[in-house]
Design a protein around this ligand. Structure first.
Ligand SMILES: C[S@@+](CC[C@H](N)C(=O)[O-])C[C@H]1O[C@@H](n2cnc3c(N)ncnc32)[C@H](O)[C@@H]1O
Length: 182
């Protein structure tokens, strides 16, 4: 019961030990999904960036930075497209008729793929790793071959993919800004 003594609808919370990029729940069994601060993580390092020959394509960066070539940006975007479409398809199978999802994740304010909080944050982290290389504490090759399985999409990119999926209607989409100043 809530504070006023009214009976609340029964609910069951479930925790499952697997990736959300696979089927997790029985068909049409879930009424409400909430994903909190997870969906900026990809299922893998962008396909095409993880191969041995391509490892240095993104220089010392671990994410999209000012000197990341457009071809590499495309790989990050393509991985997001595949993953997010898959996520929508899987959850659509699991949602009950009239079910809903609330998804909260990191993205970017502007359409410009080179400017966003994640670019800034991971840029600082790349610089930190680079300074460890300069000090001889980390091998350069390890930093050059490291790319993050992450992507922070714009509202426009998310909206486009949801529409493309044909499985969901967006009832509400909102961007909110976080203060990174510690
Ligand atoms: C920032 S935490 C958010 C945790 C929690 N949901 C919250 O809001 O406080 C991101 C979580 O996503 C998990 N994660 C990343 N990729 C995942 C995947 N493919 N399947 C399941 N969990 C994943 C990570 O292990 C991490 O625990």
């Amino acid at each position: 019961m809530d504070r006023n003594g009214d009976t609340l609808p029964p609910y069951y919370v479930s925790g499952l030990p697997d990736s959300y990029y696979v089927r997790l729940f029985p068909r049409q069994s879930v009424h409400l999904f909430h994903s909190s601060y997870c969906l900026h993580w990809r299922s893998q390092v962008p396909e095409g960036l993880e191969g041995k020959r391509e490892v240095y394509l993104n220089g010392e960066n671990m994410y999209i930075a000012k000197n990341t070539p457009p071809s590499v940006v495309k790989l990050f975007q393509e991985q997001f497209r595949k993953d997010f479409s898959l996520f929508l398809r899987l959850r659509h199978e699991e949602l009950a008729f009239d079910g809903q999802m609330v998804l909260t994740f990191l993205g970017r304010k502007d359409e410009d793929v080179y400017s966003g909080d994640l670019n800034h944050l991971f840029g600082l982290l790349s610089q930190s790793l680079q300074s460890l290389v300069v000090e001889g504490l980390v091998e350069e090759e390890k930093v050059s071959s490291f790319n993050l399985p992450a992507y922070g999409p714009s509202v426009g990119e998310v909206t486009a993919l949801v529409k493309e999926s044909g499985a969901f209607e967006i009832a509400h989409i909102k961007l909110f800004e976080q203060n990174w100043d510690p």
